[in-house]
Structure formats: structure tokens, C-alpha cells
Ligand binder design. Structure first.
Ligand SMILES: [Zn+2]
Length: 177
């Protein structure tokens, strides 16, 4: 299926995340198929908070060849991956990632942020990539449901931070609820 032109599907965060993370297309490929420039695709990915593959991993995966790409990504999954730590990974910024194979918004290694999984379990549905889960006490690995707040987008999320501290935007991770 190809959507192009006036439909502007790249303005839909769910569609965009699906193309990039699920179908493993490059931003260039998505741009070509949507009939826009790569800059536009990257602009919307940033806007929706869709995490991008690093240049290094994109290169390593041989972006031009879907077959080799698939082979490599599967061989790097789970226990065969030198970074395997029993399915939970703590990112440098303190967020916990949980291996969730089959999750529509898992990253390339099959990980999803734990606070998003907790919220999804509570809601009984997947979050769209544009939705933001905020930590009330500012502690990024305190993923008790009571510590989480859901925002429909970054705009609402930033507004909340702004309301907490009028006049200046407090950094995401320093937010105190
Ligand atoms: Zn926040």
C-alpha cells in the first residue's frame, strides 16, 4: 500500500512510527514513498518523539538490503546480544527498558520503555508514539502507576511542566509533581 501526496500520512505519529520501527524503513525511504523531503520526515519524527536509529546502527544494518537487515537484527536479539541483561535494560538517562517482542512500538532490539508499558497495561491499549508518560516525582525509574501521568502529546506535557514552574520551563527529569 502506498499513500502519497495530499494524504500526508507522515503527519500521523502512529503511521510514521510503524513505517520506521516496525517496517524498518529509513527516513529517506519513507520520504521518497510519501513524496516529501527527508527533512520533513525527520521534522515530524522529532516532533512526535519517535526515536531514530543512530547512523552507526543504520549503517551496520545495511539499510539498502531488507534481507540482510532482518538477519542481523534477529541474530542480535536476546541472549545472543552481548548486552543481554535478562530482558531489562537501564538507559543512561535512568529509564528502564523491557524486552517486549511483538510490541508494535518496540525499538530495533525489541525494547519498550517500562513506564509506557505500565500505562498501556492500565489503559488496556497501546500508546501512540506521540503520547507522553510523565513521572510525577521526577524519578525516571519509579514506574509505579501512581507515579505516572499520561499526556496526549508533547505540547500538553510541556504545558504541565510550565504550570509546575511558571515563567520557566523546568527540565523534564527535574520535574517535581
Ligand atoms: Zn514530564
Amino acid at each position: 500500500m502506498r499513500i502519497r501526496g495530499k494524504n500526508e500520512p507522515y503527519k500521523n505519529p502512529t503511521w510514521l512510527a510503524h513505517q520506521y520501527h516496525r517496517l524498518q524503513k529509513s527516513s529517506t525511504t519513507i520520504a521518497n514513498e510519501a513524496g516529501v523531503t527527508q527533512q520533513i520526515v525527520i521534522y515530524f519524527m522529532n516532533k512526535f518523539g519517535i526515536e531514530r536509529r543512530s547512523r552507526v546502527s543504520a549503517g551496520r544494518l545495511g539499510m539498502k538490503n531488507p534481507v540482510s537487515r532482518k538477519k542481523i537484527s534477529f541474530s542480535k536479539l536476546g541472549k545472543k546480544n552481548p548486552n543481554w541483561k535478562g530482558g531489562v535494560h537501564i538507559k543512561a538517562d535512568g529509564y528502564r527498558l523491557v524486552r517486549s517482542l511483538g510490541h508494535p512500538y518496540a525499538d530495533r532490539q525489541g525494547y519498550v520503555a517500562e513506564h509506557r508499558l505500565v500505562m498501556e497495561r492500565h489503559l488496556g491499549r497501546f500508546l501512540s508514539p506521540g503520547e507522553i508518560v510523565h513521572h510525577i516525582n521526577g524519578i525516571p525509574d519509579d514506574n509505579r502507576y501512581a507515579n505516572l501521568l499520561l499526556f496526549s502529546g508533547q505540547k500538553e506535557h510541556l504545558r504541565h511542566h510550565h504550570l509546575l514552574s511558571p515563567g520557566k520551563l523546568i527540565p523534564m527529569r527535574k520535574a517535581k509533581g
